[in-house]
Write a protein that binds this ligand. Sequence first.
Ligand SMILES: O=P(O)(O)OC[C@H]1O[C@](O)(CO)[C@@H](O)[C@@H]1O
Length: 244
Amino acid sequence: MRIIRTIDYRDMSRKAANIISAQVILKPDSVLGLATGTTPLGTYGQLAAWCAKGDCDFSKVHTYNLDEYRGLTHEDPQSYHYFMRKNFFDKINIDIANTHVPDGSNPNADEACAEYDRMVEEAGYPDLQLLGIGRNGHIGFNEPDDVFSKGTHCVTLTPSTIEANSRLFEREEDVPRQAYTMGVQTIMRARSILVIANGEAKAQAVYDMCFGPVTPKVPASILQLHTNCVVVADEEALSLCPRD
Ligand SMILES: O=P(O)(O)OC[C@H]1O[C@](O)(CO)[C@@H](O)[C@@H]1O
């Protein structure tokens, strides 16, 4: 695991965007695994700005998002489909047909998850997987558990995740209780992984991810076993980690 320490959120976003744009420049038809949440917003903004200037071309890129709330239509403003279009896809020159998010509108969880696994496998798994990290060490919506999850599956969100995500909803009761998420094993199949984190609220999770025992109680800790994983995080998120 390589850790890149940044001064602040802006610096983190720019460095992360640099890594993603290098991937796309070196392999224009890259498969990117993408994440939602507030952490990647600056990274997406930076990539969109470079794309508008003609410095980054997404026309041949295919994307697979990590997760989606169960029960929301693609047009629901709280859905991750909508989030990705609004914050990234509508701002870059990507072919929207090449973008994929689990189908939360399909109430048949087994069918929706198996179909998503089939698509990700057919695409050959991501060249680069972007990840945020939850305050409890979750990646995607893979919550702390007794075992590491495998493929895409339906999860019941923990109270801490519901509470953390309620800031994006009018009321906490509005946060969906379930989601479809890529499993940990699928995430680990990406050829490279880029984790981004900022702020003091993530400090314990970042420490546990990088220096704690590898355990499903901290799903992100398995990334220590990935051969090509970079963590780009600001001073606050790295405040519990040794400096070298
Ligand atoms: O970037 P945020 O908003 O702190 O969220 C962290 C993580 O939580 C999730 O939004 C899921 O709760 C992930 O997709 C994300 O990586």
